[in-house]
Design a protein around this ligand. Structure first.
Ligand code: G4P
Length: 547
């Protein structure tokens, strides 16, 4: 555990020199982050409070809990509402204290961890929300592992301190042991549940006091210091003494917050608070915005692109069809990596090798869309996609062509044979299943030489099968028969020009291909993979496709 003992003020120094000063300033003020959590930890509630500060939404409760009839502004899909889980990721932008903040919501369920990974590709940092009574939960673990793959700063908000909670020491230990990342508390809780009295802030050495009210919503806060004569009365003797002891211990432990480590995802600053009662959210936002970075350079196949370069570049990290039945359309979400986007500007789509104009670029606030005139590095825009974009595609200025490194495809872990109930609907079936696969929600494979009437669907989490069935029925009016398969592992064959039929394999290994014609093998166990490698000299197998 690392403890912070002094106030810092950070100026991120950036090298970009090419953009006019005002554009450069606009980019420097941009902060783009993703929020991750186990379902029910309070991600929606925290997002709502963040939006409230900024006047983006007017009313607490616009982002609704799942039990009521109304739903989060970030909830789009019916299935998400029914199950109370976040299936899709939405994007929100707001201004706060001179910053332009982009929040990207991520699916809370581990079955959608691949979607989370792609979303994190578009973010510069992540906020991890943890329920104080539960600590690190199974799904946080999987999502978090995905964060580590990206090497981005992770900030932790330990939520629901107004309820019974684990000891803060235990919570930090939990994060350190289970997730393998160092922690640095920025504030320290005083009691919890009915006895929750607030937090001590290490930087200011002040206590942000919490006054519970019956409804436990929008509590009053005020500030005290450790030597305030009122302190013992306000906290009670026991809590006041515990606080003094904790502060002495923690501040004595002495290490300073190392921002370099934070920047590389090795150390997470931790904030305690309660999103529902709006306690500790604004200080969290203020500190977080100071600690996180503006857009950073991004890797292309030929080196880095500087966000301050005046030439526009972006990559597609998410595609979503039929987000809203009222607009039956497909939107490609792009993260702008450099320069400025202007309405009607001509761009070059690298993978399609075509110049084009992005159609109706929008910024989205859940179901509300606003056509935008301009956007800058760090921003996320959604553009109308007539079916030409794939995840990982680059769009850039025709006068400076770059190609971002692709977004890897995870090896699916569950497989099913999927075919049509009513063969008359073949066309809709092929369209639906291909579009859903292009969105990255599922992966589809074919038997060698097989057609599209019967496909093998691979998913990272079984819930994706349900989403597939639901979406095919609801959006494409197609019923399917889905038979789970007993394969557990998939590997791409990395050798060029190999004939899979000539491979020496166990009888329960299946040869398949993806839609790009790449060959793969389906295995029932690790043992079969070892067998294949031992019996086929030079065979190269990988568990992800580089795209
Ligand atoms: P999620 O997006 O991570 O899935 O969680 P969400 O914000 O929907 O919160 C899950 C539940 O936890 C909600 O209750 C919410 O009100 C509650 N909650 C969130 N933050 C806090 C907090 O700081 N303190 C307390 N005590 N509760 C919190 P619910 O019963 O599912 O919905 P609702 O009926 O309260 O709206």
């Amino acid at each position: 555990m690392v403890f912070k003992v002094r106030l810092w003020e950070i100026l991120w120094v950036n090298g970009g020199r090419n953009l006019p000063t005002d554009n450069k300033e606009l980019i420097e003020k941009r902060r783009t982050f993703a929020i991750i959590s186990h379902p029910d930890a309070g991600k929606t509630t925290l997002t709502e409070k963040l939006l409230l500060y900024t006047g983006t939404i007017q009313l607490a409760g616009s982002v609704k809990g799942k039990k009521t009839d109304k739903h989060a502004v970030s909830d789009w899909m019916e299935i998400e509402k029914q199950r109370g889980i976040s299936v899709t990721s939405s994007v929100m932008q707001f201004n706060y204290d001179g910053y332009c903040v982009n929040i990207i919501d991520t699916p809370g369920h581990q079955d959608f961890s691949e979607d989370t990974y792609r979303t994190l590709m578009a973010a510069d940092s992540a906020v991890m929300v943890i329920d104080a009574s539960k600590g690190v939960e199974a799904q946080t673990r999987k999502l978090f592992k995905v964060c580590l793959l990206r090497d981005i700063p992770i900030f932790t908000f330990i939520n629901k301190m107004d309820r019974e909670a684990k000891s803060p020491y235990e919570l930090l230990e939990d994060i350190e042991e289970v997730l393998g990342i160092h922690t640095c508390p920025m504030n320290w809780p005083i009691g919890c549940g009915r006895d929750f009295k607030g937090v001590y802030e290490f930087a200011s050495k002040e206590i942000l006091a919490f006054t519970a009210n019956n409804g436990q919503r929008e509590v009053d806060t005020d500030k005290l210091t450790l030597d305030d004569p009122e302190l013992d009365d306000r906290l009670g003797d026991t809590l006041a003494q515990t606080l003094r002891d904790d502060v002495e211990l923690l501040e004595g432990a002495g290490d300073e917050l190392d921002l370099e480590q934070v920047r590389h995802g090795k150390l997470t600053p931790v904030f305690f608070g309660s999103a529902l009662t709006n306690f500790g959210v604004e200080p969290f936002l203020a500190d977080f915005l100071k600690m996180t970075t503006p857009p950073l350079p991004r890797n292309t196949v030929d080196g880095e692109v500087d966000p301050f370069d005046d030439k526009f570049s972006a990559f597609v990290f998410k595609i979503q069809a039929n987000m809203n039945k009222a607009h039956r359309d497909r939107i490609a979400f792009m993260r702008i990596c450099s320069g400025r986007y202007e309405k009607s500007m001509e761009v070059y789509h690298v993978q399609g090798d075509k110049k084009m104009r992005l159609s109706q670029p929008q910024q989205l606030m859940a179901q509300d869309r606003e056509v935008i005139e301009e956007a800058y590095a760090g921003d996320i825009i959604g553009v109308f996609d007539p079916g030409i974009f794939s995840i990982g595609d680059t769009v850039c200025s025709p006068s400076k062509k770059v190609r971002f490194e692709g977004i890897p495809t995870f090896a699916p872990e569950h497989f099913a044979q999927v075919r049509l109930k009513d063969t008359m609907k073949r066309k809709q079936f092929v369209k639906g299943i291909t579009q859903i696969a292009q969105e990255g929600a599922i992966q589809i494979f074919q038997n060698l030489g097989g057609g599209m009437e019967e496909v093998i669907v691979g998913v990272v989490g079984v819930l994706q099968f349900e989403v597939l069935e639901y979406r095919l029925k609801n959006e494409y009016n197609v019923d399917i028969i889905l038979e789970h398969m007993s394969y557990e592992l998939i590997r791409w064959i990395d050798n060029e020009g190999i004939d899979p039929k000539k491979l020496n394999l166990t009888s329960d290994t299946k040869r398949i291909q993806d839609l790009k014609g790449k060959h793969l093998l389906l295995f029932t166990s690790e043992w079969n993979i070892t067998w294949a490698l031992e019996h086929n000299k030079d065979l190269l197998l990988t568990d992800f496709s580089k795209n």
